[in-house]
Write a protein that binds this ligand. Structure first.
Ligand code: GDP
Ligand code: IMO
Ligand code: MG
Length: 429
């Protein structure tokens, strides 16, 4: 079976965009299946950067790109991102881009609520992207969301908005906020409806038809498995399931159609926002990773926290996502370091453990146990074949494979599309 899921194996920003773009050459359809425009996926092609948030990365190669039902869609952002991509010379038409009719919408009230919760003194600060992702998923699960298909049925839109506002205005009264009128949401939706409706389709059907015709389908995960609402560092997570299992539910193509799960894995660790990070470095090495790795958020411009590679976490996400092989990225960022540490286990209250405990308090208490490897002085940056890698770099890659119990099937050595080494083709495996 030739269909491949790309999933982040850490806390996001592993380089999924680059790898999806590279694999898109071999794929026929590219599918986003969870998250929304909280994602920031970067592609660099001949020095030109493309930054995608909601739209699948396959669009840049002109491949059929699909936004599945598991994604939360901000229709105004959709229009803006389509225009931005067109301004960069990418053709975006309903021929190449389809949106699931059953995807829920992100509205202005979701963005507002997200921002208020984050800025307020009460409650837990998560460090969200303030894109309205969490509140929109809450309404989906609460069965009161406005969905993409509702834009095609103007006569029944008003009662749906009234039902949604019964909930939100009660919440807003309790928070001391002004109530929202049905008219304001109605206007917000009707002014954008015509711009999004040409793209709307039955995604589950397109994907099944394509599958039967022998097309290769590539699923583009957003975020990372440690931000998963069930399996991540709860409550410091996003509001969707980010593990590979979500590709089926979030697209409507059953799980038996999946052949390979590729875990995109940074050669060190980063995290944006609040929450536990056992290997976080607040020293010159952390500074090196941040500066050389240019670790700044694509959407929010926030600095990413940096630390050594955490094999405990990746070994765990390999299991929760059923990862077949990994694409190891940003190895070049480690070039020139005298020594490199890898977290091989944790210490929790005097005991050695080899997994991340579920309790929020225990997650904050675990201490990394490191093994130290010799670094390399030669550069890996821009390497396009295995034999260009310094011996110590190869040792590092082999050590990671051994610790996580999974092979490296791709290696990335710079942001550029073609600075990529293929070891095993996920579509051929
Ligand atoms: P994503 O969210 O997983 O798609 O990753 P982001 O695009 O948010 O962040 C990854 C960053 O690293 C981007 O700026 C990429 O251009 C860059 N990048 C990807 N692979 C490599 C690599 O192998 N080496 C270096 N130095 N940068 C890379
Ligand atoms: P990509 O696809 C890194 C983080 C936020 C915050 C938490 C919840 O580029 O890897 P949300 O806005 O989703 O409610 O925020 O999740 N987060 C990401 N971190 N990469 C991302 O996406 C992220 N999307 C959300 O920083 O900690
Ligand atoms: Mg990103």
């Amino acid at each position: 079976m030739a269909n491949v899921i790309v999933v982040g194996s850490q806390w996001g920003d592993e380089g999924k965009g680059k790898i999806v773009d590279w694999l898109s050459e071999r794929a026929d359809v590219i599918v986003r299946y969870q998250g929304g425009h909280n994602a920031g996926h970067t592609l660099v092609i001949d020095g030109v950067s493309y930054k995608l948030a909601l739209l699948p990365s396959g669009l840049v190669r002109g491949k059929l790109s699909v936004i599945g039902n598991g994604v939360v869609v901000d229709p105004h952002h959709f229009v803006t991102e389509v225009e931005k991509l067109r301004a960069q010379g990418v053709e975006v038409t309903p021929e190449v881009l389809r949106i699931a009719e059953n995807a829920p919408l992100i509205l202005s009230l979701h963005r507002e609520l997200d921002a208020i919760r984050e800025d307020g003194s009460a409650g837990l600060k998560i460090g969200t992207t303030k894109r309205g992702i969490g509140p929109a998923y809450e309404d989906k699960v609460g069965r009161r969301a406005i969905r993409v298909i509702d834009l095609a049925e103007p006569e029944s839109l008003r009662p749906k908005i009234e039902r949604l506002l019964t909930h939100h205005n009660a919440l807003r009264r309790g928070m001391g906020l002004a109530e929202i009128s049905v008219d304001s949401i109605h206007n917000e939706l009707t002014e954008v409806a015509d711009k999004i409706l040409p793209y709307v389709d039955q995604v589950w059907k397109i994907l099944d038809d394509k599958r039967k015709a022998g097309a290769r389908i590539l699923f583009e995960g957003a975020q990372g498995a440690l931000l998963d609402n069930d399996h991540g560092t709860y409550p410091f997570v996003t509001s969707s399931n980010t593990v590979a299992g979500q590709a089926a539910a979030g697209s409507g193509l059953g799980p038996t159609a999946i052949g390979y799960v590729l875990g995109i894995t940074k050669a060190y660790t980063t995290r944006v926002g609040e929450g536990p990070f056992p290997c976080e470095l607040d020293d010159a090495i952390g500074e090196h990773l941040s500066t050389v790795g240019r670790e700044v958020g694509v959407n929010t411009g926030r600095s990413r926290r940096c630390g050594w590679f955490d094999a405990v976490l990746v070994k765990q996400t390999v299991r929760t996502s059923g990862i077949t092989g990994i694409a190891l990225t940003k190895l070049d960022v480690l070039d020139g370091l005298d020594e490199i540490k890898v977290c091989v286990a944790y210490e929790l209250d005097g005991k050695r453990i080899d997994y991340l405990p579920a309790s929020m308090d225990a997650q904050a208490r675990v201490k990394p146990i490191y093994e130290t490897l010799e670094g390399w002085k030669d550069t890996t940056a821009g390497a396009r074949s295995w034999n260009e890698l310094p011996a110590q770099a190869v040792k590092y890659v082999r050590y990671i494979e051994e610790l996580i119990g999974t092979p490296v099937s791709m290696l990335s050595t710079s942001p550029e599309r073609d600075d990529t080494i293929l070891v095993t083709d996920p579509f051929q495996d």
